[in-house]
Ligand binder design. Sequence first.
Ligand SMILES: Cc1ncc(COP(=O)(O)O)c(C=O)c1O
Length: 486
Amino acid sequence: MLEGALDSRPVSTASELPSLRLDATREEALDRAAAIVSEAWRGFDRARPGQPSVDDRLRELLRSTLPAEGSSALGALEDAARILDTSLAQPRPRFFAFVGSSGLEIGVLGDLLASCFDVNLALWAGAASAVEEQAVRWVSEFIGFPATAGAFTSGGTISNVTALAAARERALPGSRRCGMTGQAGALYCSREAHYSVVRAAELLGIGSELVRALPQDAGRRVVPEEVAQAIDRDVAAGVAPIAVVATAGTTLTGAVDPIDALADVCAERGTWLHVDGAYGVAAATTPSAGSLFAGLERADSVTLDAHKWLFLPKACGVVLVRRREDLHGALAHEEDYVPHDRPDHHMVDITLEYSRPFRALKLWLAFRAHGADAIRDAIERNLRQARLLHDEVAACDDFELLCGEPPLSVVPFRHVPEGVSDVDGHNLRLVAALQETGDVWVAPARVDGVVCLRPCVVNYRTTDDDVRALVTLARDAGRTLAEAAP
Ligand SMILES: Cc1ncc(COP(=O)(O)O)c(C=O)c1O
């Protein structure tokens, strides 16, 4: 624009100011939001008794129709805080269900900053893109995997499909363009692999029936000889092996497949080895569980969820690859609206998503604020707490452990009181009773056809007393139910 041209433009009037302004000052809104967050953090420091239920006022609010007119922003924030306080928050120290996330405070702040600046990570976004690359390097170093590239994802499901898309393209070059064209390909994993492996097979045109869910040994680890035989059988039948998926921490029991032996099987056959460590691979860095992950450095790709055992708020998945060109070969696109001005740093060429939030920032901040050692110590503490849980359950006659010593931090067990014949039904009722009071939160699961409680310890806020409380509360509720049974 020519100098002076600006002067001829009319001066903005109040009506030309952006319309979507808050009815409070920014400082007021930020102060209110900060107060809500700090109250929540205080509440997460200690277990709270019970779980508040939705009251009439909230119920009415949640039934209201689309508001045509705005109302007080501070009032709306207040309502949001009440809604969240009445919802199940995984950061609470007695949330033992699923594989929870702990809402690490520096990560929460990272999310606020990331969404405020809302950078465009599809293309080179300057320093933010450099932070993504640095966070990939840091997390790779943390777990001991020699990644040359990686991408931040919404979680294990997308990381697995991303890695397996790369594996498919390497096993069957051109399949991303032509489809499988009648060429069958297969995936190999343990029976206990996460269903996202099957989901990936469905989405990639491999087909769920070509996921070979293979037997496990007594430690619930996939048997490498079975994997080798399954691959050899498929090759003989004209089915192309696409990838072996080693689960490094199964969702159900925390079993870690023997990565080194699977790497041997894959190396002999030229098959891709993917390690689904969404839940467990963060423990590869710990003194007490690190040896379970031997051979990790030999994998072709690794999935890790920083929103699981690196304690960050959701969503912060990472997929790491040994060779950047594998991701590029499976995902790169030439589009007129995506200028390839920096081929080396073109994240859109190695990610499944196009628009993406700046997830890496919170992981980068966590390493900066706490350092790798403190994060490793917090994981180690959870591992020790899982062993404590195992021992407390073992010491109580009316409980039965379904697996041996926990390899990681899942401890499935069930209540087996004398005189109760429907033990599965009893344990489902027990979980429902615990959830009803909300003093402690566990989810039910089925291990080898048997219903059980499946607590998982992955929260840096959980104390040894919280672990002991889980056992006491479950035992008391189980006994009360058994006594009341007809
Ligand atoms: C081993 C494993 N893989 C994949 C996933 C899926 O991760 P996400 O829920 O982040 O998509 C999970 C989730 O618990 C998991 O435990």
